[in-house]
Design a protein around this ligand. Structure first.
Ligand code: ATP
Ligand code: MG
Length: 180
């Protein structure tokens, strides 16, 4: 599809309430409706099974999803050394840069990148440089709790999901198709 000659936005979904990744995935549906091309790159999530992995295939070839990273860090079943997570996150950032500059996409979504910065897997300076050097017309979406102030400053649109209630508080476990 021919790229529209308008300035792309930097969009941030952050906060501790549920809905950040869901909002980014919703954006894919809308964009696909105009035949836009979207690339989603998931940091952190690794080999975990998420509904969006198969769900997004239904929007192919408009939307592509790449699950990078090595899974949760320092919790649950993580047996890896932090250096391995750092290496994986660095490679994912390089991959993201390539995709952003490939000219193939209208929108690039870096899912959970704020978490990768927060855990010191990648530096905020590197991410700022990626934002500052992004192709003019590309819309760039960054998700994940604990977004850094420097990222928020550079963004055009920032939404903070705030938890009011979450079933987890009542001991209700994560639900297939809702949470993953
Ligand atoms: P989702 O992927 O459902 O849009 P999210 O991207 O906003 O959620 P993350 O911080 O990426 O949230 O967390 C991922 C997982 O943690 C999801 O399974 C989500 O349901 C769950 N989760 C999100 N917010 C909360 C919360 N406030 N309390 C407990 N679990 C949560
Ligand atoms: Mg998320």
């Amino acid at each position: 599809m021919q790229k529209e000659n308008e300035k792309g936005l930097v969009i941030v979904y952050t906060g501790d309430g549920k809905g950040k990744t869901t909002a980014a995935l919703g954006l894919c549906i809308r964009a696909a409706g105009y035949d836009k091309r979207v690339c989603i790159i998931q940091f952190i999530k690794g080999s975990w099974k998420y509904g969006e992995l198969d769900g997004i295939k239904k929007l192919a070839p408009n939307v592509e999803l790449y699950q990078k990273g090595l899974g949760f860090i320092g919790i649950i079943d993580d047996k890896l050394d932090k250096s391995e997570h750092i290496k994986a996150a660095g490679e994912t950032l390089g991959f993201a840069k390539e995709k952003m500059h490939s000219g193939k996409y209208d929108i690039v979504i870096l899912d959970e990148i704020n978490v990768a910065i927060h855990l010191n897997l990648i530096s905020v300076e590197d991410v700022i440089s990626i934002i500052d050097n992004k192709p003019e017309s590309l819309d760039l979406v960054l998700t994940g709790r604990n977004a850094k102030d420097e990222i928020i400053e550079r963004a055009d649109l920032v939404t903070e999901m705030r938890e009011i209630k979450h079933p987890f508080q009542k001991g209700i476990k994560a639900k297939k198709g809702i949470d993953f």
